[in-house]
Design a protein around this ligand. Sequence first.
Ligand code: LMR
Length: 328
Amino acid sequence: MTSPVRIAVTGAAGSIDYSLLFRIAAGEVFGKDTPVALQLIEIPQAMSALEGVAMEIDDCAFPLLEEMVLTDDPKVGFDGANVAFLVGGMPRKAGMQRADLIRANGPIFVGTGEALNEVAADDIRVVVVANPCNTNALITMANAPDIPNERFTAMTRLDENRAKSQLATKAGVPVKSITNLGIWGNHSNTMYPDFFNAKIDGKPVTDVIDDHSWLKEEFISTVQGRGSAIIEARGASSAASAANAAIDHVRDWFTETPENDWHAMAVPSNGAYGIEEGLIFSFPVRCDGKGNYEIVEGLEINDFAREKIETTKSQLLEERSVVEELLG
Ligand code: LMR
């Protein structure tokens, strides 16, 4: 019998998780042959709501779901976890930037890092969804010194997906025609969706879309501002699309990236492209199918792209300085 992959999820009674847990239990991350155990973590005040979510999960009779743990104790929730989705935190409201959440959400990740360090499985892999996700991942990593740094990532897949959808609509092609779409930097209004290196049906985006001023202005600002636009329109931050991107992120971390393609993941920098080592920065990455990734090196970065990358890097350095005392 295969033992289940133990998946810990925080903020388990929240709205992102309401779109996430059922899909994990249905096998959308590790496939239809891999049993899973869900370790659901909430704050004490949300435990009753979590029990309701768990009843619904029970009522789906998912064949792959072997066990469910409900807890408000991170040391129980992360115990033996192979993967952790860190979703819990205060969500952004209208008029706020993601970085405004730093003081509310940053301290949570100190305890999360310590608990992961103490009780998670040796092969633990972490994706941070709660904003500001790059800096929250940095705090978690800094407080988990026994876990290799490369296991800590933050989610910029939502930005990749948003950028692909915008390009596909503009070019009048299906979304699957868009490949090699990297996101650079922070999951924030400074991120840089790299259309110069992206492709449409194997051709450079700039050859297929003639309107280069749209690419340089409207396209970038639409992707950068999409989270805010959703908050304005819906009165609440994105939930189903964030859950979908979290699934894409972890599934593709364990899937061999097709030849000549890449995905966006915020990972600890190895110094590539002049980004400070250790900063959690989104790069184009390729995965080997065994839970390892590498930053795609050697891409052409022109002056336009370099300026954007420097802007988002400065913002991340600024965020890092705000949370200095949480970095141990
Ligand atoms: C998003 O990009 O939609 C989420 O990160 C929520 C937010 O605050 O924008």
